[in-house]
Write a protein that binds this ligand. Structure first.
Ligand code: SF4
Ligand code: SF4
Length: 386
């Protein structure tokens, strides 16, 4: 697989440009599992062409809608497309069109309702966003305040789901150790909007984007860090118009931690481990961040770093992207299992990722496969080395 520039104009144009070569099929994790043409990128584009470019509404069957939802938005097909179609944008546009026609899966309606009611993807009220911090020795360090050097956008999953709460706890310890002047947005942090964008509800997502940008400006934050690959991708790509001229440096935690290591603000001690890094799709292939996490791992004395068979732009999805779990949890797990086979072959004792969703998917898959491998976020690895 090569990194290349891909383009998206309109759904109709791109569907007509597709030459039906099928180069996109071999990289698609969904097609690898299902094996049917209707589940392959090429098959879905063919049906999109019939439905939207040729106006044959009978092509918009329930089966087609299901196939469009059975996609992790990993972007592997875009990297392979022989005619440089930005297929990831095409899938998003397709979901938007389907939602516009009211034909979206019921699970997407549930996601939308939860977000509109709670401003986050959990069933908890947004006032409880900082509950995870109760496990800190000094929870008050995360209380929102204006003018801090760095704003930490924690993300919904790490804020509300106990399995992922270790990530912000570890990040706070690391930031404190490095004497970083940081803050969080507390209850003023709303979901980044990605679950709405990826289910086709762009207008609703725009409300979330507007709110978060307003709060960032009010808090006078000019460097924003986040540990969620999808939050990062959305802030980098979908927030720019709303941000306008406002100067905001947006960094993934891996980029910021790599900076702290380079500046000598974190002293990393020896760890005798074999570490493999899983590139999250929204951080790696879809945002181009490959080196920062590897620089951090390489800076830990004693660590032997190994690459998974599919890595960097060629990385294989964990199965947890694109809201796939909400419509087909079994398929998501099967994709994670494919990745875990590569982990097993790598000889790693630790599998590191840089996204709470990947960590959850891969932890479960590693446990089910009974592998003697610890799965952790990069913040946990750094903390272990401090
Ligand atoms: S984005 Fe990923 S899962 Fe979706 S069609 Fe492309 S390769 Fe398959
Ligand atoms: S690689 Fe591109 S042009 Fe070829 S079938 Fe897939 S989407 Fe169409």
């Amino acid at each position: 697989m090569t990194e290349r520039n891909s383009f998206f104009t309109t759904l109709e144009n791109e569907a007509l440009i597709c030459g039906r070569c099928g180069c996109c099929r071999s990289s698609c994790p969904v097609y690898k599992i299902i094996g049917w043409e209707s589940a392959a990128p090429r098959g879905k584009i063919s049906l999109a062409k019939e439905a939207f470019a040729k106006g044959d509404k009978s092509a918009l069957s329930d089966e087609f809608v299901k196939r469009v939802a059975q996609c992790t938005l990993c972007g592997a097909c875009a990297s392979e497309c022989a005619t440089c179609i930005d297929t990831r944008s095409l899938w998003l546009e397709l979901r938007k069109r389907i939602a516009g026609l009211g034909k979206q899966p019921a699970a997407y309606d549930a996601i939308r309702e939860t977000l509109l009611a709670n401003k986050n993807i959990s069933n908890f009220e947004n006032d409880e966003r900082l509950e995870w911090a109760e496990d800190l020795d000094e929870p008050e360090v995360v209380e929102p305040r204006a003018g801090a050097e760095v704003g930490y956008f924690v993300g919904c999953v790490s804020s509300f789901f106990p399995q992922a709460a270790q990530i912000p706890l570890d990040m706070v310890e690391i930031l404190t150790e490095a004497e970083v002047d940081f803050t969080t947005m507390g209850a003023d942090e709303w979901c980044c909007g990605f679950p709405l964008i990826s289910t086709g509800f762009q207008a609703e997502a725009d409300q979330f984007i507007k709110h978060n940008v307003e709060k960032i400006k009010e808090m006078d934050i000019h460097t924003l860090i986040t540990g969620c690959a999808s939050c990062y991708h959305v802030w980098k790509h979908d927030y720019q118009e709303e941000l306008g001229d406002y100067q905001l440096e947006i960094l993934h935690n891996t980029e910021y931690l790599a900076r702290l290591v380079k500046e000598g603000r974190l002293e990393l001690n020896e760890l005798e481990e074999v570490v493999a890094y899983h590139d999250p799709c929204d951080l790696g292939r879809n945002s181009g961040i490959y080196e920062a996490p590897r620089e951090i791992i390489a800076a830990i004395p004693g660590v032997k770093m190994v690459e998974l068979y599919h890595n960097r732009a060629d990385s294989l999805c964990c199965g947890g992207g694109g809201n796939l779990q909400s419509v087909d949890a079994e398929l998501a797990e099967q994709i994670a299992q494919l990745r875990v086979e590569e982990v097993n072959a790598s000889g790693a004792t630790i599998l590191v990722s840089a996204c709470q969703q990947c960590e959850q998917m891969l932890s479960t898959a590693v446990r089910k496969a009974e592998l003697p491998v610890r799965v952790m976020d990069i913040s946990q690895l750094v903390l272990e080395a401090l």
